[in-house]
Design a protein around this ligand. Structure first.
Ligand code: GUN
Length: 295
């Protein structure tokens, strides 16, 4: 059996079309344009690509976008001052500080300086706490995108064995918490594997839904997958460059072999990536509405 391909590109497009209507409505009825500030420190090419994709997505939807590319030498205080300014700027409803930050900057301090009301990445400890106890909040974009992908692709999550490989604060830990909630599109039995897990394959082979967020190209091989499982590949590993200098990406899953075993699989690119972007746009619109007392 060859797996069904779950197209994040297609699902993100559907969500974007609904969001576009909402944005047009906000402009027409309330003269309100949701605004997102992006902050990037240094010149890491992967981070630059991610942030420029986010900026373009904002512009395509007619959102206000303010961008702050800062040199890698910027001090923590300068960055904290910028976040403070953005917190009190009424045109800005969402603030995104791209991580990782250079080593001389305390990432936790910077992310905690963002007002929880503008925390469209869902990285502030207040947002994380609300997520864990199932209160309304901004959910982090990649994990929320994965949940929406499963819902839109009709993959049942209730009672499903979900195995996540990777325990990052950006993907592994939050997606585990989201799918654990007693809620529609969740209610799963969740296992998180990591670098100290003994015999990872013994866990992954039990998975109805396998989420790979390790950061190692083709880590998940066909023998690690249960026949018919849904495989979500969060990896975006650069494995080379085209002659024109474009990055060649590989997921964390050995796609060509795993697709012969799995029931459904997300491609890289065109799987989780577009979902992350559209969830960021969704969170920015939500932040703007909350700031104006709209539901
Ligand atoms: N670095 C990798 N993914 C993300 C993300 O979703 N948000 C931010 N701010 N940084 C990231």
């Amino acid at each position: 059996m060859t797996a069904r391909i779950i197209s994040g590109t297609e699902i993100a497009k559907q969500i974007r079309e609904e969001l576009q209507r909402e944005i047009d409505d906000l402009k027409e009825k309330y003269d309100l344009t949701p605004g997102l500030a992006t902050v990037i420190v240094g010149d890491d090419p992967a981070s630059q690509t991610y942030v420029s994709t986010k900026i373009k997505a904002c512009q395509a939807l007619g959102l206000y976008s303010a961008n702050y590319p800062l040199p890698g030498t910027v001090s923590e205080n300068e960055l904290l001052n910028l976040v403070g300014q953005l917190n009190s700027d009424p045109k800005i409803h969402g603030i995104l500080v791209q991580v990782p930050l250079p080593r001389h900057i305390d990432e936790g301090r910077v992310l905690t300086a963002i007002s929880p009301d503008k925390d469209v990445d869902g990285f502030h400890p207040v947002s994380v706490g609300r997520m864990v106890i199932g209160q309304p909040t901004f959910l982090p974009c990649t994990p929320h995108g994965i949940q929406e992908l499963l819902i839109h692709a009709g993959v049942p999550t209730e009672g499903a064995e979900v195995v996540i490989v990777g325990r990052s604060n950006i993907v592994g830990k939050p997606v585990a918490n989201i799918l654990l909630q007693k809620a529609a599109g969740a209610n799963s039995t969740v296992t998180v594997c990591h670098s100290a897990t003994r015999d990872i394959a013994s866990h992954t082979r039990r998975a109805d839904i396998l989420i790979a967020a390790i950061g190692k190209p083709k880590f998940i091989t066909a023998d690690m997958v249960k026949p018919g499982a849904t495989v979500i590949d969060v990896g975006t590993n650069e494995i080379g460059k085209t002659p024109a200098g474009k990055r060649i990406l590989s997921g964390d899953v050995d796609f060509d072999n795993v697709r012969e075993i799995a029931g459904a699989i997300t491609p890289v690119p065109g799987g989780v990536g577009p979902m992350t972007i559209v969830m960021l746009m969704t969170n920015t619109v939500k932040a703007a509405k909350l700031a104006h007392g709209l539901k």
